[in-house]
Write a protein that binds this ligand. Structure first.
Ligand code: PLP
Length: 219
């Protein structure tokens, strides 16, 4: 079933969109099935779970941390993580830089923005990101690479509402590209879209979708 779901999903999205299989709460054998079908990008939202799965699975998997990250846990994923989607403070960014340096790595990150109605969702706003990117501490970070932005739309039925939130994230991306990353071609990713809304997200310019239940079934 997992391979079938992956096949169907891959055939319905443009080839240039990166599909991240969100495997949180699912057992290693489910990830192995997706891996055997050729899937290499996996997303997890908890540090401990990601570390356990990383130890058990092939080393050419690219691990994406998509959930809220506490600074005291960065050290556990710093040796292997491929991309951290959920960077929402200068404090977290500085810790990632520090741990990347310790591991002699450059760690890829995305800046997470709060675009939804729900208060519970994490993320920066425009004022906060400007303050972060203008800070001297940020300018002294040489072991992180900011690849783009990430956001989650509201859990609502109204498609127009969801579409407008994705449009907002895209416009934040464009603003940052123009004002802060004009000379950085690697700043090109917009991580948006999940099982329920990835088609809208792709229409609005998503370059990475994070899909869980449509591949692995409900949680
Ligand atoms: C769980 C999760 C997803 C995937 O959700 P599905 O609805 O199962 O596709 C995507 N992004 C984040 C940040 C998540 O926590």
């Amino acid at each position: 079933m997992i391979a079938y779901n992956l096949e169907k999903l891959k055939n319905s999205i443009p080839e240039k969109v990166c599909l991240i299989a969100v495997s949180k709460t699912k057992p290693v054998i489910d990830l192995q099935e997706a891996y055997n079908f050729g899937q290499r990008h996996f997303g997890e939202n908890k540090v401990q779970e990601m570390c356990e799965k990383e130890a058990a699975l092939p080393k050419d998997i690219q691990w994406h941390l998509i959930g809220h990250l506490q600074t005291n846990k960065v050290k556990y994923i710093a040796p292997f993580v491929h991309l951290i989607h959920s960077v929402d403070s200068l404090k977290l960014l500085l810790e990632i830089n520090k741990q990347a340096l310790k591991n002699n790595r450059i760690i890829n990150i995305l800046l997470q923005f709060h675009i939804a109605l729900e208060e519970t969702k994490f993320g920066l706003n425009l004022t906060e990101v400007k303050e972060l990117l203008d800070s001297e501490e940020y300018r002294n970070c040489h072991n992180i690479n900011i690849l783009g932005v990430m956001g989650m739309a509201s859990f609502v039925e109204n498609e127009i509402h969801i579409r407008n939130e994705f449009k907002e994230l895209k416009s934040i991306y464009e603003f940052l590209k123009l004002n802060y990353f004009a000379n950085q071609p690697e700043f090109k990713e917009i991580s948006m879209g999940m099982s329920g809304d990835y088609a809208i997200a792709i229409e609005e310019g998503s370059t990475m979708i994070r899909v869980g239940s449509s591949i692995f079934g409900g949680r």
